[in-house]
Design a binder for this molecule. Structure first.
Ligand SMILES: C[S@@+](CC[C@H](N)C(=O)[O-])C[C@H]1O[C@@H](n2cnc3c(N)ncnc32)[C@H](O)[C@@H]1O
Length: 283
């Protein structure tokens, strides 16, 4: 079969299965199966694909039909124009998290300090720390996760993206492995409540790591720990920047005000949903 025929057949199967992006999914899987980039498919629609590669493509299509996310099938995901390896041990980096990055870059560029010390709690694939390291020449970054398997993926991604030297990876629960003071603490913590978890798409619920997603009964349990324990690791005037879910503003604002934070601000994503909270430790 040629490229055009394989794509047409697969798009109609994916559409029948009600996948949200059938054309894109089919193209990504076919390009991956023949070890090419997607534009090759547009320029070579009549190219016949050898049987072995068709077999490989069919087995990937079967996985997708069962609901497995594309990023776990191909083992990679683009974030901040960088390529990240992803395995089922790590959350697939989301475009929403780029808002968090934009805010940290703004803050970092305002700082005059020679070195900015950044701590990330819960680094997963390393997406945030690696993107920051690739942008900020004057940053020293410490990134933690309690999952050794996730950290192994993050360390590999740091090396592949040529920032391995700039990030220290530490394994442990929240701040437990951390020492010293930081100018910025950043986290995209688990922030789904146990109830909301049941409402997630099966693609997320059944494939992504539960402990990367679910915080507890409220959904804001990790924000509370970050606000409470983060204070100790922040310099005076240092910033806490956290990703958050829709409808969490009131709870998070209250917990920050109960602690020693000021300049509390929220940023929305492109859909208008408040997605990031920023706060400053009082001087
Ligand atoms: C929502 S994911 C974020 C991953 C990555 N930073 C990103 O933005 O794609 C949350 C991460 O926190 C980690 N995590 C969960 N509980 C933790 C804990 N108690 N201590 C440290 N890390 C934790 C998970 O393993 C997961 O990698």
């Amino acid at each position: 079969m040629n490229i055009s025929q394989l794509l047409k057949k697969t798009v109609s199967r994916f559409s029948a299965e009600r996948l949200s992006t059938p054309g894109l999914d089919a193209e990504v899987l076919l390009a991956f199966s023949i070890d090419r980039e997607r534009p090759f498919l547009y320029t070579h629609p009549a190219k016949e694909i050898p049987g072995l590669e068709v077999e490989k493509f069919r087995s990937l299509v079967a996985r997708r039909m069962k609901g497995e996310p594309i990023a776990y099938i191909t083992g990679r995901k683009e974030f901040w124009s960088l390529i990240f390896e992803v395995t089922p041990d790590v959350l697939i980096p989301r475009p929403d998290t780029e808002i968090l990055l934009e805010e940290i870059l703004k803050l970092s560029r305002q700082e005059r300090a020679e070195k900015i010390r950044i701590l990330e709690i819960g680094t997963g694939s390393g997406a945030i720390s690696i993107a920051l390291a690739s942008e900020l020449k004057n940053a020293s970054i410490t990134a933690t996760d309690f999952s050794p398997n996730a950290l192994a993926v993050a360390e590999k991604n740091a090396v592949n993206n040529k920032v391995g030297e700039k990030i220290s990876f530490l394994c442990g629960d929240m701040f437990e492995p951390v020492e010293g003071k930081f100018d910025i603490i950043v986290s995209n913590p688990p922030y789904i409540s146990e109830y909301e978890f049941g409402l997630l798409a099966p693609e997320v619920r059944e494939y992504e790591p539960h402990r990367a997603l679910v915080a507890g009964p409220e959904g804001t349990e990790f924000h509370r720990k970050l606000a409470r324990d983060g204070e100790r690791f922040l310099e005076k005037g240092g910033r806490l920047v956290m990703e958050m879910g829709a409808d969490q503003r009131v709870a998070i604002e209250k917990m920050l005000k109960e602690k020693d934070y000021c300049d509390i601000a929220f940023r929305s994503d492109y859909a208008g949903i408040e997605r990031v909270v920023l706060a400053r430790k009082r001087r």
